[in-house]
Design a protein around this ligand. Structure first.
Ligand code: DON
Length: 306
């Protein structure tokens, strides 16, 4: 495994064709695109890293997997009254479907869906309390209390978040938002601004590798049925309108973020975090996807077989 990762870093990690860093969030626009990291946390407890695997980056939409998991814990199947579970086929920040579907987002991973999930988990609490809960959950999964929110990124999102504010107000007009919109947006922007490195992220995904239980610490996080369902949502919706392409090329449940990170789950095998800030046309890490494609070719880990 170490050889495979070293080779990925030496080849794909050095590519000149790195995509574009997210430019609509000023604080992400100034990240050096010439960075690359990969971590693999295996079900048997071994961990492998290559590249800048201890460099922190903004996890952005990868946080939506954590908030969905919390929401399912708090609301159970009532989550599906708030959001659907179908791929959208539209960009992550699209507003068009919302009008046709009466303000109910297609799935929990597009921005509208994640904003609705943030609202759902607040349950009458202040943004600060909700954020503490989200952060505690991520720290618990990664077994690392140093994980924090990058306040500069959160402020940067807040300042340029007109599109997300539009989505939130539009949903509120259908009666789908129960808390003040600015509180919901504050919660959403801050959880997107959690900073993690690949080592922490791979560890935090391990519960989805082994039917809802961290195979190393033996901590049960969710039921096996719930883990299966979260993985299925990541497979179908985790890369927005690039989800089909990701399933075709990589064949693993995965969640991307505009910070350039991807968390991919090889059920029964490993949790994999990759990071490279340059994005493809639909907002998914360009080299990160290539790295996962290569890793799956070498390991035969695609859920669709060798
Ligand atoms: O709301 C946004 O636009 C960002 N905080 C998150 C978007 C994102 O990561 C989409 N990912 N590919």
């Amino acid at each position: 495994m170490q050889e495979i990762l070293d080779e990925i870093v030496a080849t794909i990690g050095q590519s000149d064709d790195r995509g574009q860093v997210a430019n609509y969030i000023p604080q992400l626009a100034c990240i050096d695109p010439n960075q690359f990291a990969i971590s693999v946390a295996m079900a048997d407890g071994r961990v492998f890293h290559a590249g800048l695997s201890d460099t922190l980056f903004s996890i952005q939409s990868i946080s939506k997997m954590f908030t969905l998991t919390i929401a399912l814990g708090k609301l159970g199947d009532a989550v599906w009254n708030k959001v659907g579970r179908e791929p959208s086929g539209d960009p992550f920040n699209s507003i068009v479907q919302l009008e046709h579907e009466n303000g109910k987002p297609r799935n929990p991973f597009i921005n509208a869906g994640a904003i609705a999930i943030a609202d759902a988990i607040m349950m009458g609490h202040q943004p600060k309390e909700t954020l503490a809960e989200i952060l505690n959950f991520v720290r618990f999964l990664a077994e690392d209390d140093s994980i924090s929110i990058d306040e500069t990124v959160a402020q940067s999102e807040l300042k340029t978040g007109d599109r997300n504010a539009s989505l939130a107000h539009f949903m509120a007009s259908f009666g789908h938002i129960n808390h003040p919109v600015d509180h919901v947006l504050g919660t959403y922007f801050h959880h997107c601004s959690i900073a993690m490195n690949c080592q922490q992220l791979a560890k935090a995904g391990l519960f989805l590798v082994a039917d809802g239980m961290d195979p190393v610490s033996k901590k049960r996080v969710v039921s096996s049925q719930r883990a299966r369902r979260i993985n299925s949502l990541m497979l179908m919706c985790g890369h927005y309108d690039g989800s089909g392409e990701f399933a075709f090329r990589v064949g693993l449940p995965g969640k991307s973020g505009v910070g350039g990170g991807i968390l991919a789950i090889a059920p029964g095998k490993a949790s994999i975090a990759v990071w490279s800030p340059g994005l493809d046309e639909v907002g998914n890490s360009k080299l990160g996807t290539q790295a996962l494609e290569k890793l799956v070719q070498q390991t035969g880990w695609s859920i669709f077989g060798h």
